[in-house]
Design a protein. Structure first.
Length: 153
């Protein structure tokens, strides 16, 4: 199934030193923003003795009609998120995919992948809201709820 909306994004990945018996560092996705497509795939942002940050371009948020209810729940949440799954490649955390679907986010976390929920920036929240206004009608109160691609028929 083809996405009906797509938004290029970049993810800020951060490595920080930790004091832990099993690890010297911890990685996390810490921000998401629209990708202006003029930056290289990986751009160093900041570095000090405790942490380093990189901007990783080349991802997209893709929206599919069958996840509309999950997008809507996230959009309405007090702290909406962009969910980012990432993998280590050559000693650096590299985002593999991102979603604004609660169902996809849950799958990322449940699968054991490295994943983070990053606060959704206002411009992406507005983009998602516009998509929902054009493509989603909330169910009537008391009606059956469906969630995502694997919902009951």
């Amino acid at each position: 199934m083809a996405a009906i909306e797509s938004l290029p994004i970049a993810v800020v990945m951060q490595r920080r030193k930790v004091s832990h018996p099993w690890a010297d560092e911890a990685w996390a996705a810490v921000a998401v923003l629209r990708d202006e497509a003029s930056a290289p795939a990986i751009t160093p942002l900041s570095s000090d003795a405790e942490r380093q940050s990189w901007l990783v371009s080349g991802l997209a948020l893709e929206l599919y009609r069958d996840d509309n209810e999950s997008y809507h729940e996230n959009w309405l949440a007090p702290m909406p998120k962009v969910f980012v799954a990432w993998r280590m490649e050559d000693g650096q955390a590299v985002p593999q995919r991102a979603s604004v679907s609660y169902v996809d986010g849950t799958r990322m976390f449940d699968s054991g992948e490295s994943a983070d929920g990053v606060l959704m920036p206002p411009d992406i929240h507005a983009w998602l809201g516009n998509y929902l206004r054009l493509n989603y009608t909330p169910p009537e109160p008391g009606g059956e709820r469906r969630h995502g691609k694997r919902a009951r028929s």
